[in-house]
Design a protein around this ligand. Structure first.
Ligand SMILES: Nc1nc2c(ncn2[C@@H]2O[C@H](COP(=O)(O)OP(=O)(O)O)[C@@H](O)[C@H]2O)c(=O)[nH]1
Ligand SMILES: [Mg+2]
Length: 252
């Protein structure tokens, strides 16, 4: 049964999941294969939007080659010519998804550390809600390494305290919500603070945050794009601390 028919017949609001990719050429074939398998297995009305976020590796050629395969007809690419950060690329993908008619939009990472199964389970969790426009579904990573877990929990505690709202595992993927939430994202930050902004805007609007457990595996290829050295990691953490206070005092 074609997805449209399934979506129409069952009345399910269609999902477009945005995967911003920054120099993930080595991960893309396996990533797309995994999503194609999950798509075929569930039959859910679900599209993929691959954002080539200003990659300087072979991502453009790999995407063009892979997306020509018929089993990937539910996936398409959006190109951001010059990289301006995770938030910038993700927001561009979310807007393109909404413009193409998706009622539910969301995002996750493109390095296969999150499984398609977990992302689609988050979608099903959202579908179980009587009013999907009043919730945001987010992942929460299973127990993590000591150091990564400490950073995650400290940042969540700081953000919760300063912004006066309970937040956990802020940068865990995926995040899924009704397209109407996009109208609240009036000043999306260009970098990794985008995740916090999306959650903050949701809480401010009175949405319920629903948490689903996700597994967070190791990267198949390449290295983390922000935590590859002590300096790069410290920079992102510091930028996030500054951003938390900017949000609190209306400067963001
Ligand atoms: N650093 C960075 N990552 C991006 C950007 N756009 C998309 N991404 C993707 O965001 C994800 C970040 O994951 P990763 O670097 O592994 O960070 P970690 O999983 O938090 O350690 C990857 O899938 C990247 O391809 C960008 O502009 N900068
Ligand atoms: Mg990663």
């Amino acid at each position: 049964m074609p997805d449209d028919a399934l979506g129409g017949a069952a009345g399910l609001p269609r999902l477009a999941l945005v995967l911003p990719c920054y120099n993930e050429a080595d991960n893309l074939p396996r990533l797309l294969e995994a999503y194609a398998a999950a798509h075929a297995a569930t039959g859910l009305p679900h599209d993929l939007v691959l954002v080539n976020n200003g990659s300087t590796d072979a991502s453009a050629a790999v995407l063009a080659r892979e997306l020509a395969r018929p089993e990937l007809a539910f996936a398409r690419a959006v190109t951001v010519p010059v990289n301006q950060g995770f938030g910038h690329g993700t927001f561009a993908g979310l807007q393109a998804a909404a413009q193409a008619g998706a009622q539910i939009v969301g995002f996750s990472h493109a390095d296969l550390q999150y499984t398609p199964h977990d992302c689609l389970a988050a979608y099903q969790r959202l579908l179980a809600e009587p009013d999907p426009a009043r919730v945001l579904v987010k992942g929460k990573r299973a127990p993590r390494g000591l150091s990564a877990g400490l950073v995650t929990n400290t940042m969540a505690a700081l953000a919760s305290l300063v912004l006066l709202m309970p937040l956990t595992d802020i940068n865990a993927q995926p995040k899924l919500f009704h397209r109407s939430h996009l109208a609240r994202l009036v000043r999306p930050p260009p970098g990794f603070q985008f995740d916090l902004y999306v959650l903050y805007a949701a809480r401010r609007a009175g949405l319920r945050l629903l948490t689903v457990p996700v597994t967070f595996g190791p990267r198949a290829y390449g290295q983390s794009k922000w935590a590859f050295s002590f300096l790069s990691r410290s920079r992102t953490i510091w930028a996030t601390i500054v951003y938390i206070f900017q949000l609190r005092f209306g400067r963001a």
